[in-house]
Design a protein around this ligand. Structure first.
Ligand code: IMP
Ligand code: MG
Length: 338
């Protein structure tokens, strides 16, 4: 089926950006689609540069791929324009008329809300305030109304469906992960939207019939930038320091040091079920002992082997996903295909 989907299986920051970019480089999709808000950042190492992006779809690394923002996207225009310049991708963007503009008043309202910023740990981009205005049917600025963005606007559902009819292939990425889903996650410590595959399809204007492979992305451990549950949270400063330095576990939008905890089997099983995951993509395996794949070793020992073993239980959940990709470093091509 023509639309492959990338979802997060934990509390965001699983490395969806890297996996999306890798798949786009390898599979040569015609369209790379992103939905969600700029509260989520993805970091992509490409051509000796590190790109920390909030709105640009990860498929930008493939120059042939068109970049689409669906109706379920929330945009801070200045941030998007900066990214377009940085990546040289303005000519490849297509935006749905009903993508919402996050206005300065949204950002200000969220940042002034001490409950949101404190108890919930909001990233403070204004996404939540914009979503709330949309639910309340208040006056909003859409991409079609924006003086500088309207030139990118096309009827995305029509365009994508016409492309599907001609056999085009697409990669759809959403933001955040299972634990942060407003529907299925650890409410109230969640974001303002659902973060699962079916919602991403709907937010892009695609029906369920076209879903192809669903890649659920996991790290061998869980990180969280905000408050909420972290199983067996790591407190040892020395160990944590390794995650914050070598593991680069610092919020790419929030700048906060990420909390670190154990891999949670129950959340992984929930991720497989709710997303109908068909593939598992593991990132940051290099944080475990026994996974030094950079020297061409293709098998795991020690801690890494033990972790790969625990994935068998995840693969035993319907629809029985297969471990497909294992990322062992930040570089775009540092991926082992199983
Ligand atoms: P908000 O969506 O910015 O309001 O944040 C709500 C909660 O989700 C907070 O705990 C945030 O830290 C968390 N969150 C939001 N976006 C991300 C993300 O992209 N990665 C990790 N955590 C996130
Ligand atoms: Mg992130």
């Amino acid at each position: 089926m023509p639309v492959d989907i990338v979802v997060g299986g934990q509390a965001g920051d699983e490395g969806k950006g890297k996996i999306t970019a890798y798949l786009a480089a390898k599979n040569d999709y015609d369209y790379s689609i992103r939905v969600g808000g700029p509260n989520a950042g993805h970091t992509i190492f490409y051509n000796d540069r590190i790109y920390t992006l909030k709105t640009t779809p990860g498929g930008f690394v493939n120059r042939r791929t068109k970049l689409v923002l669906g109706a379920g996207t929330y945009i801070i225009p200045e941030w998007l324009e900066k990214e377009m310049k940085l990546t040289g991708t303005a000519g490849r963007f297509i935006i749905d008329p009903h993508a919402v503009i996050i206005e300065p008043r949204h950002t200000a309202a969220e940042r002034a809300d001490s409950r949101m910023m404190g108890k919930i740990g909001s990233v403070g981009t204004g996404l939540g305030a914009a979503v709330r205005d949309r639910v309340d049917r208040k006056k909003l600025l859409f991409a079609k109304d924006h003086p500088r963005l309207k030139k990118f606007v096309r009827d995305v559902p029509e365009l994508l469906n016409k492309a599907l009819a001609k056999g085009s292939r697409m990669l759809l990425e959403g933001t955040q992960g299972m634990k942060l889903s407003n529907l299925h996650g650890e409410y109230p410590f969640v974001t303002s939207r659902d973060t699962t595959a079916s919602t991403f399809m709907g937010e892009a204007g695609l029906g369920p019939k076209y879903a192809g492979e669903v890649y659920a992305v996991f790290k061998p451990y869980v990180t969280r930038v905000g408050p909420g549950l972290v199983a067996k949270e790591m407190t040892d400063k020395k160990k944590l320091n390794k995650y914050h330095t070598a593991g680069r576990e610092v919020g790419s939008v929030s700048g906060r040091l990420r909390r670190v905890g154990e891999f949670e089997m129950s959340v992984a099983l929930q991720t497989v079920r709710i997303n109908s995951a068909t593939k598992l993509a593991i990132t940051h395996i290099d944080m475990l002992e026994g996974a030094d794949l950079s020297r061409g070793v293709k098998s795991f020992t020690g801690e890494a082997r033990k972790f790969m073993g625990t994935l068998e239980k995840v693969c035993a959940a319907y629809p029985y996903p297969k471990v497909s990709l294992v990322s062992y470093g930040p570089g775009l091509h540092e991926v082992l295909e199983l």
